[in-house]
Ligand binder design. Structure first.
Ligand code: BGC
Length: 462
């Protein structure tokens, strides 16, 4: 090697950073998409004279699209490959954000939201998959959590950009700016290598080896990994057959479904999509509603860092218990204040504080942890199907919450709607105790062994 050229490990390091940045952009895109609607909704509703029901659909159309996108992504990432799926996802994302930006009626913006959702469904499935296949073992965990973190960064950025554009009331720009990271992502992805694992699945061993040589510290490491992938691929996915045959697998599928329903009925997306409306109930008007929402986004992001730091030290269950207790308190007390009517500035400030308490509870616990648990509890040969089903459940229950919140406020009343969510969170403390295993420090093989031996779900961990 020439003395002036960077050592091999430096260029590999650089390449990993570039890949990490692209992963980050994928998370950012998803976050922007989740966050943008909260600030835009009132302006869109005003321009298009959208009824409550229509507003709920403008919000939820995205989740419907994401559910379809997640299903499509499974097929696409297998047949077209991870890289091409990401390219398609980014292009659809641009189309969706521009579609919303140029919408002319309620049905057209609903269509734009479905398209945006399709893109998120594809990105949220494919990006973590691609990353886990390309990242070096030592940084694999960090890459996946970076992705989660960046979703919350994206949500925060969307809240801030909504706030800034709210002064002019220009909701079209709120949607339109999301096309910029999507464009960057699209360009970046074109330069990414194919996933070595996917190349191996397609029998392109030599190409897989070449890719790995550019990503691993030594040719020996690359060859060793090729052998590992090859051995893993012998373990074919038999999801549907296993589902028919094994009661134990059906139990882990049900656990994945339960976990995702718990995450969504905790009410997080009521806050993500409708925070400005909640702050209006608490007596805030105009830009103040959106600034408070931006603070919610900031706390959501910061508290996610806490979870990432704690998850392997405290363990899953203590964190989940803490989170659900905090969320029960936050939602319950907020309901109390809103029910009594916000009379003074002190109660106004208190309502922001309580929503922040709630968000902290979620972001430090159920937010990232449910995803971790869902990927840990499925047996190897059914993992793809298991994760696909739990991810689909996430989007569908997300949609159910988004599509009913405003109607709940109108039918149950403001306070009782928040108490309903507080009640769900209280119930989830019990369900965590009854059904959720502690998987901290356990190998996936050990968890699988206990699951398939018929051990009670809550005991399949340590
Ligand atoms: C949830 C999303 C939510 C986000 C908020 C994720 O873990 O799955 O539905 O919008 O957290 O940060």
């Amino acid at each position: 090697m020439n003395a002036l050229s960077p050592p091999v490990s430096d260029s590999i390091h650089l390449r990993s950073i570039v890949i990490g940045c692209l992963a980050a952009l994928a998370g950012l895109m998803s976050g922007l998409d989740i966050g943008v609607i909260s600030g835009a909704l009132d302006f869109v509703a005003r321009d298009f004279h959208a009824s409550t029901l229509a507003q709920e659909w403008i919000v939820s159309a995205m989740m419907a699209g994401a559910a379809v996108g997640a299903l499509l992504a499974g097929w696409m990432s297998h047949h077209l490959g991870r890289k091409r799926s990401l390219v398609i996802g980014a292009a659809i994302f641009m189309a969706g954000s521009l579609g919303c930006a140029f919408a002319w009626s309620t049905p057209s913006i609903i269509a734009g939201r479905v398209v945006m959702g399709l893109a998120i469904g594809i990105a949220a499935f494919t990006a973590p998959l691609y990353l886990s296949e390309i990242a070096n073992e030592r940084v694999r965990g960090a890459m996946i959590s970076t992705y989660q973190l960046m979703i919350t960064v994206g949500i925060f950025m969307a809240f801030v950009s909504d706030t800034l554009f709210s002064y002019s009331g220009n909701w079209r720009w709120m949607f339109g700016v999301a096309a910029i990271p999507a464009g960057l992502f699209l360009i970046g992805v074109l330069f990414l290598p194919y996933s070595p694992r996917w190349l191996m699945m397609k029998g392109r061993r030599q190409e897989a080896l070449e890719v790995l040589r550019t990503l691993r510290a030594s040719p020996q490491d690359a060859s060793r990994e090729i052998r590992d992938i090859s051995a893993q691929l012998q373990q074919k996915q038999h999801g549907f057959a296993l589902l028919r045959r094994s009661r134990n697998f059906r139990r882990s599928i049900l656990l994945g479904i339960l976990l995702q329903i718990m995450q969504q009925l905790a009410g997080i997306n009521v806050v993500m999509y409708y925070a400005p409306k909640i702050f209006a109930l608490a007596g805030y008007v105009g830009p103040a509603q959106l600034w408070c929402t931006a603070i919610v986004g900031l706390v959501n992001m910061l508290a996610t860092f806490v979870a990432v730091g704690l998850v392997d030290r405290w363990g899953r269950k203590p964190i989940l218990y803490t989170g659900f207790v905090v969320m029960t308190f936050g939602m319950g007390a907020l309901g109390l204040i809103i029910d009594r009517g916000v009379a003074s500035q002190t109660t106004q400030i208190l309502s922001v504080f309580l929503l922040l308490v709630y968000i902290t509870g979620f972001a430090m616990s159920a937010g990232p942890l449910i995803w971790v648990l869902c990927s840990e509890v499925q047996p190897l040969t059914g993992r793809d199907l298991g994760i696909a089903i739990s991810t689909l459940t996430n989007w569908l229950s997300n949609m159910a919450v988004g599509a009913t919140f405003l109607t709940l406020l109108q039918t149950l009343g403001n306070g009782p709607t928040f108490w309903l969510f507080a009640g769900f969170n209280a119930l989830f403390i019990v369900l965590t105790w009854l059904f959720v295993p502690e998987t901290k420090g356990m190998s996936l093989e050990a968890i699988e062994h206990r699951l398939m031996a018929g051990v009670r779900l809550r005991d399949i961990g340590r």
